[in-house]
Design a protein around this ligand. Structure first.
Ligand code: ADP
Length: 725
């Protein structure tokens, strides 16, 4: 307890110190250093803390270092140094030099974690001790603190890291190694922190003034390395397929390391490394060396550290590619280099590998990011739903193709425009509420609403909105997905119409059949034979109507399922039209029929039975809607390779807005005449299915109150067999 007791520290501090020592078995120096954080003034008086800088004194820091390394424990050391301080001291005096060093300490002090110790070391340097840290962690920490110092002080700082791995000397060697690494950082322009490990005793760093003379060859080598690293960086980020870029980069790895082979492994989604690129020659690339190479990649990844195995059949080195902020995520991959001979613990090689692996890691991250972006863009683009994104001010910043189709507005037209363009004025309040709800609840919200198209029409949509927030939780946009539900709405409408129609259309004949059958059954003897015959006649016609209805239902489902086999042949159209007309001779409307086929239009290539059903349906409708004694005309004319048949009546005609929907299942015009006329809305859908099944076309031409003309076109002749040439 010398540090604090010399000064006569209070018993509370002594007790705390003892407690700290007992709690984690920490060395006495570590307990004292911890106490210095609690009692800085006292620690300053007792020589533990440098009062001016607020960091451990050089003497105490060395003691702490000795204590930490005593058990052979792993540790990293980072040294921060500035040659300019000596200059400042010379030119401007000690006070200013101390002030500048104080500024450096001020930047670093708040960054040390509870497990790290910041102290002064001889000369104008500060050092951070990282007990139990691995080499890579030390290197990453050195780089981030180096960048921090650069951002926060105008003083040029060189940062060097050393590590106990392979260190055969003691704390002094660790310090010297860090000082040499800082020097290497300075010599390379000070842009990146350096890290070194060493097996043998470490010579003292070369003073700055001497470096140009003594280090001339290594300066050239360093310059060479920088050029190669730069080339590799350009190769990796070149505008070419990533696999090619990687192969080029492997070539440069050979030049950088003096290696004979270079292989890059990337991890797949489940963290298994697999080969992405390899360059080189000789036994390292031979088939029997592959498993050795792959095993080394896996080991570097698992142990998360550089490997330079000392012996073996071939020389190898491997470096893991790790995420910048590792957390407990697996790695990204590994680099394995085949060497002419083993170079265990070679600091130059390790430094080079660290730099290469950082470049490879960044390239891989960038490539993944671009791939993710591409996938996302493809998914958005291919989506059948309109997907658009708005920024914090509700302006559109992304607009996919489906949105172009749904809203009839191009991407160029919409980017940067306000979202409100798509919201009908009467829906603005609902829109504000749905946005507020999405913001409140954060999860996607589904709701049905309507939106405005460019032409002013409305479209029914199912909308899902979800907010986009940055890592601090601040809102920066909203993703909006709109699905066109026009068809669904139509089907819902048809379903409900179908239910009411079926209940009406099936109930009416059933009620009649049941009623008359009961009457006959109960009053057989009382009824006159004519009455019985009359009632039975009603039962018969109503059951025939029911039969037709059921046949229609079955037909449409069969036709739609493609279950009707067509047997086309040349059909005599006027004959078929007359046969169909006979069916309606007795119809109460007493319509008359005209059958008129122009020369060349008497034949069609069709399935006679199916075509007969088309004519029966069309003539049946024409008769149903004809005024009493009206005329129904069936005409034919040749139209190129087709024959066009028209069925015209003198009825109420079809309103223009209904003409498009007429051929849909269960659709019936909502006017009073159609309402009065029995029907299921299936006849025309059946006609359409049959005609289109023949490769033909069916449509209607009508002006209100001027009758309706239903037309269909079919081929006149059998299709010619395809020529074999
Ligand atoms: P259904 O006649 O059994 O209702 P259809 O599919 O044959 O079914 O016809 C659908 C609707 O088209 C009818 O309900 C009617 O409103 C209208 N329609 C069909 N043909 C005519 C016509 N010749 N004149 C006027 N309206 C017609």
């Amino acid at each position: 307890m010398s540090g604090l007791s010399d000064d006569g520290a209070g018993s509370a501090a002594r007790a705390l110190c003892a407690e700290l020592k007992a709690a984690d078995g920490a060395s006495e120096t570590r307990a004292l250093a911890a106490l210095a954080r609690v009692f800085p003034a006292r620690a300053a008086r007792s020589g533990v803390l440098d009062g001016g800088l607020g960091v451990l004194t050089a003497g105490f820091f060395r003691r702490l270092l000795e204590g930490e390394l005593a058990g052979g424990a792993e540790a990293g050391l980072i040294l921060f140094h500035s040659d300019r301080l000596a200059e400042i001291r010379r030119e401007k005096g000690e006070a200013l030099a101390a002030q500048v060093l104080g500024r450096m300490a001020e930047v670093l002090r708040p960054r040390q974690t509870a497990a790290e110790w910041l102290g002064r070391v001889d000369g104008d340097s500060l050092a951070l001790l990282l007990p139990q840290a691995g080499l890579l962690a030390t290197q990453e920490r050195a780089q981030s603190l180096h960048e921090l110092l650069h951002r926060n002080s105008r003083l040029p700082v060189s940062t060097g890291a050393s590590h106990t791995r392979d260190l055969s000397g003691g704390p002094a060697d660790l310090l010297r190694l860090a000082a040499r690494a800082a020097q290497a950082c300075r010599d390379a322009g000070g842009r990146e922190a350096r890290a070194l490990t060493s097996r043998g005793p470490v010579p003292a760093p070369v003073p700055a003034a001497d470096s140009s003379a003594a280090g001339a060859p290594s300066l050239t080598a360093r310059y060479q390395r920088l050029v190669l690293l730069n080339r590799m960086s350009l190769e990796l980020f070149a505008d070419k397929p990533f696999a090619e870029a990687l192969a080029d980069a492997c070539g440069t790895v050979l030049a950088l390391t003096g290696g004979k082979s270079a292989a890059v492994y990337f991890c797949d989604d489940i963290g298994q490394p697999s080969l992405a690129a390899r360059r080189g020659e000789g036994p390292w690339t031979a088939a029997e060396s592959r498993s050795e190479e792959a095993a080394l990649a896996a080991r570097a990844l698992a142990e998360r550290r550089l490997l330079t195995p000392p012996g073996g059949r071939l020389g190898w080195a491997a470096a893991p590619l790790l995420y910048p902020l590792q957390g407990d995520r697996g790695g990204l991959g590994a680099l394995v280099v085949g060497l002419p001979e083993p170079r265990p613990g070679d600091p130059e090689l390790e430094q080079t590998l660290l730099e290469i692996s950082r470049l490879l890691r960044n390239a891989r991250l960038m490539q993944r990011h671009l791939e993710d972006q591409k996938v996302l863009a493809a998914v958005t683009e291919q989506s059948a739903d309109a997907i658009y994104i708005t920024d914090g001010e509700e302006r559109i910043v992304s607009w996919n193709t489906a949105a172009e189709t749904l809203f009839g507005r191009s991407r160029a037209d919409m980017l940067g425009r306000p979202l409100a363009l798509l919201v009908p004025p009467e829906r603005l309040a609902e829109h504000a509420e749905s946005d507020a709800q999405a913001l409140r609840e954060g999860c996607p919200k589904n709701f049905e609403t309507v939106r405005l198209r460019r032409d002013g029409s409305l479209v029914a949509v199912e909308a899902t909105f979800f907010p986009l927030r940055d890592e601090k939780g601040r809102l920066f946009g909203m993703v909006r997905v709109c699905r066109d539900i026009t068809r669904r709405k139509e089907i819902e409408r048809m379903k409900s119409e179908f239910v009411s129609l079926v209940s009406h259309e099936l109930r009416t004949p059933l009620t009649a059949i049941q009623g008359f059958a009961e009457t006959i059954f109960d009053f057989w003897d009382e009824l006159q034979p004519e009455q019985r015959r009359h009632y039975l006649g009603i039962i018969l016609s109503e059951s025939q109507r029911l039969g037709r209805l059921v046949t229609n239902f079955l037909d449409i489902s069969r036709l739609e399922a493609g279950g009707v086999l067509l047997r086309p042949a040349l059909v005599d159209l006027p004959g078929l039209a007359r046969r169909a007309a006979v069916l309606f001779k007795e119809h109460p409307s007493q319509a008359s029929f005209l059958v008129d086929f122009a020369p060349g239009s008497e034949r069609a290539w069709a399935d006679e039975e199916q075509l007969y059903r088309v004519l029966v349906n069309l003539l049946g409708n024409a008769v149903k809607y004809s005024p009493s004694g009206g005329q129904v005309a069936v005409r034919g004319r040749a139209a190129g390779p087709a024959v066009e048949v028209a069925v015209a009546d003198q009825g109420p005609g079809i309103p223009p807005e209904a003409q498009e929907k007429l051929f849909q299942k269960f659709y019936r015009v909502g006017d009073p005449i159609s309402r009065k006329t029995p029907g299921t809305g299936l006849g025309l859908a059946i006609c359409k299915n049959i005609v289109e099944g023949h490769g033909g076309r069916i449509w209607v031409e009508s002006e209100p109150s001027r009758g309706a003309v239903f037309k269909f076109a079919l081929p006149r002749e059998a299709p010619r067999p395809a020529c074999e040439s």
